[in-house]
Design a binder for this molecule. Structure first.
Ligand code: SF4
Ligand code: SF4
Length: 80
């Protein structure tokens, strides 16, 4: 009889996230979906007239949820 093994757990390494504030239209999706609360909405308006999402904590795990949900492809994530 085959021995069942657990599925491997995804390793999430410290990562950096960057939001292109001029592209961001402030839909808040990335803030809502970030499990780390790394992102928040700014308290200012961008040059395009939108309140952009910004990085407020240095605890990004690189899960990419924010980048997946962003409709305007404003988010870049990279490993350190
Ligand atoms: S990659 Fe994941 S942890 Fe990092 S900011 Fe995006 S949603 Fe949050
Ligand atoms: S999902 Fe994209 S457009 Fe929406 S607030 Fe976040 S960065 Fe801005």
């Amino acid at each position: 009889m085959a021995v069942k093994t657990k599925s491997p757990v995804a390793v999430r390494l410290p990562s950096k996230v960057h939001i292109d504030e001029l592209q961001c239209k402030g839909c808040e999706l990335c803030v809502y979906y970030c499990p780390q609360e790394t992102l928040a909405m700014a308290k200012y308006v961008s040059d395009r007239g939108f309140v952009p999402a910004i990085v407020v904590q240095d605890n990004c795990t690189g899960c990419q949820e924010c980048a997946r949900v962003c409709p305007d492809v404003c988010i870049t994530i990279w490993r350190e």
